[in-house]
Design a protein. Structure first.
Length: 318
């Protein structure tokens, strides 16, 4: 596989057929974050306007609640799962859904559970999909308000309205207006606070196969479709273009990471890789053939779109 590499080792390590785009001196990998839920909660809540960290009991109650929610929903394919079954064998889709802990609510919305490498189920991202596998249109006029926060900080009174598909800020509270076809989180639906930092989607699988290629994409859907396309790789997702951050990637220190950005994120993610790689000890690689194809496609295209187009061409689906 030809790749553009942000390589933090000797250029000769790039391997045959790879383009050496930039060489940066090797840096020590940052020490791993503390594993305990209480320590993670303390990090999440520091610097948040004097708010006190969640107690150990609060954190454990929250984790038990999320585990229960996961048991209730995982196994249901939802609209996204049914669409994916038009591209891949049903038993393969159901296996990947279980592996990544993906389920659905009673109304068919997909729930992507975010589980850390320490097996803490931190939250569930709720998204609605149509029968074509794309995000559902926001045509539901019914709205309901939920007091919550994007980052899990303690709730305070606020009249600020933030769309549910807004990407996380580091520290603010809001009164959410929830649309059934918009993005929300289980902690918001359940009127709870998220006391732990959000891991990468699929992070619990990062160490399961230590010799498997480690790949990173933007959306959870793309990670699932890519896993079905290339099951020999471990696929992770940031959950948003702006969520490629040092805090999220720290758990991958010392690893090589194949990065498959969306079409509108190629430049931004390559710049971030050049900045973050030395500090985190991560060797970033961008597959050159994929970059060429994604740049030629729609401005919002991604790897899942390319895979679906190829599968539909093979099966004759429209």
């Amino acid at each position: 596989m030809n790749t553009t590499s942000y390589n933090h080792s000797h250029p000769s390590d790039a391997g045959a057929g790879e383009t050496q785009a930039q060489a940066i001196p090797q840096a020590q990998a940052t020490p791993q974050a503390q594993a305990t839920p209480q320590a993670q909660a303390n990090r999440t809540r520091t610097g948040g306007g004097g708010r006190q960290p969640a107690s150990a009991a609060e954190v454990l109650d929250y984790l038990r609640h999320m585990e229960q929610r996961m048991v209730q929903t995982v196994g249901e394919p939802g609209a996204l799962g049914r669409w994916t079954e038009t591209l891949f064998p049903r038993e393969h889709v159901r296996y990947v859904w279980a592996l990544y802990r993906v389920g659905a609510l009673a109304d068919g919305r997909t729930v992507f559970f975010y589980t850390s490498r320490h097996d803490h189920t931190v939250d569930g991202k709720v998204m609605a999909y149509g029968p074509d596998g794309h995000r559902a249109k926001d045509d539901n006029s019914e709205q309901r308000s939920v007091n919550s926060v994007v980052s899990g900080q303690r709730s305070v009174n606020s009249e600020k309205i933030i769309p549910l598909d807004a990407e996380h800020s580091s520290d603010h509270c809001s009164l959410f207006t929830v649309h059934s076809s918009r993005v929300t989180w289980l902690h918001a639906l359940d009127r709870m606070e998220r006391p732990l930092p959000l891991p990468l989607f699929g992070e619990h699988l990062a160490d399961a196969l230590p010799f498997a290629p480690l790949c990173l994409v933007e959306s959870e859907k793309t990670a699932l479709v890519a896993k079905l396309w290339r099951p020999d790789c471990t696929w992770l997702a940031t959950g948003g273009k702006s969520l490629l951050t040092a805090e999220r990637l720290r758990v991958l220190g010392g690893r090589t990471l194949l990065v498959w950005p969306d079409a509108d994120a190629v430049g931004e993610w390559m710049d971030k890789a050049a900045l973050l790689g030395p500090d985190l000890g991560i060797r970033f690689r961008f597959p050159t053939a994929y970059l060429a194809r994604i740049r030629e496609g729609p401005p919002k295209g991604d790897l899942a779109d390319l895979i679906a187009a190829e599968k539909n061409k093979t099966t004759g689906n429209p």
